[in-house]
Design a protein. Structure first.
Length: 354
């Protein structure tokens, strides 16, 4: 159980929940009534609080706008049949947020503030958590520098905010992906492992080019030789070849995904051989050609499991087996959903009840 702290709460005069069509949710378009806010100044975190969701007043000289000290996280909340609020592995997101903060020269946020603030916010906005199948409340923590200063140095002040959004499915169909062998998402020694805003900006132009060619996402490859897979769009990538589960190891250029870690653990629990090792483009394309590539999918908070329908490489499209024939990824999607919503046992204590 997460105890709700006694942080000050300023509630909205009039809720906007009546304006939300919970039967037709678009991802990231609707936001709940409140947000959790805590500021950093004078060398320490100040009084946390819950306030109405709303616009921020920012200086044009805001250092994060100029020098990129901004990071975020993503997680989800659901309800069980009894109406309890369930959050999937929030402590893992708190730890990863602080790992990102260290890399971006930002202050670490005490885990107690993260967890108690999250619990307080979800308690206030509990009615915004959808109960429709396949829906959830997406939770977006974000931290950014707030100095009004034009000069390249770490900011002395920061804001940390958590806001939420009721969402449906991120992808409504299997995705077509293209192997990227020119542009680089991240390089060794860089900040690819951090959930930094700049990482996503760097990916947008190559992704846009792929969209123009008819593909939904990219399969990123390593920045040195473009011979080994790293991530798929905004997700970790996982392959099933001859019954074995293969995925690149998390390095300083690959995000350590919470969903990735969870699905690999479940696969091991179910008796699958899981290999976290460099996975070459050559190996996967050869498996696609000889019919041993049984499954490929992305794993991430937004989509949970995103089936890959097709892989494009060097002018050729390789079509994967139909989704209904994929034993592991379908079982993982259902298994994860059952754990998140309290319908199944939680042997690894992943679910926190608010």
């Amino acid at each position: 159980m997460i105890d709700v702290s006694t942080y000050p709460v300023q509630t909205v005069a009039q809720s906007r929940i009546a304006e939300c069509d919970f039967n037709n949710l678009q991802f990231g378009k609707t936001f709940a009534d409140h947000m959790f806010v805590v500021d950093y100044k004078d060398g320490g975190w100040q009084q946390p609080r819950v306030v109405p969701y709303g616009n921020l007043s920012l200086s044009p000289a805001l250092s994060s706008l100029h020098y990129g000290q901004a990071l975020f996280e993503g997680l989800k909340a659901t309800k069980n049949e009894a109406g309890d609020i369930l959050v999937f592995r929030p402590e893992a997101n708190a730890r990863r947020l602080n790992a990102s903060a260290v890399r971006l020269c930002m202050p670490e946020l005490p885990e107690e503030i993260f967890m108690n603030g999250l619990a307080q916010l979800l308690t206030v906005d509990r009615n915004w958590i959808p109960t429709q199948p396949g829906c959830s409340l997406y939770i977006r923590p974000v931290m950014f520098a707030t100095d009004d200063y034009i000069g390249v140095k770490p900011s002395d002040t920061y804001s940390f905010i958590i806001f939420t959004s009721p969402v449906g499915a991120y992808y409504n169909k299997p995705v077509r992906v293209k192997v990227e062998t020119h542009y680089t998402r991240a390089a060794p020694g860089g900040m690819g492992f951090a959930k930094a805003a700049g990482n996503y900006a760097a990916a947008m132009y190559p992704s846009q080019l792929a969209h123009q060619q008819g593909y939904d996402q990219l399969l990123w490859t390593d920045g040195r030789e473009h011979k080994y897979f790293e991530e798929s769009g905004t997700m970790n990538v996982i392959f099933v070849v001859n019954g074995k589960v293969l995925t690149p190891p998390t390095t300083d250029s690959i995000l350590k995904g919470v969903t990735r870690d969870s699905v690999l653990q479940l696969a091991r629990d179910w008796g699958y051989t899981v290999e976290e090792r460099p996975v070459s483009v050559e190996e996967i394309i050869a498996a696609a050609k000889n019919g041993t590539l049984e499954e490929a999918f992305g794993a991430g908070t937004a989509a949970t499991i995103a089936h890959i329908a097709l892989i494009h490489h060097e002018g050729t499209d390789y079509t994967l087996p139909p989704v209904e024939a994929r034993k592991l990824s379908n079982r993982l999607y259902q298994g994860m959903d059952d754990i998140k919503t309290g319908r199944a046992a939680d042997p690894h204590s992943w679910v926190f009840k608010v």
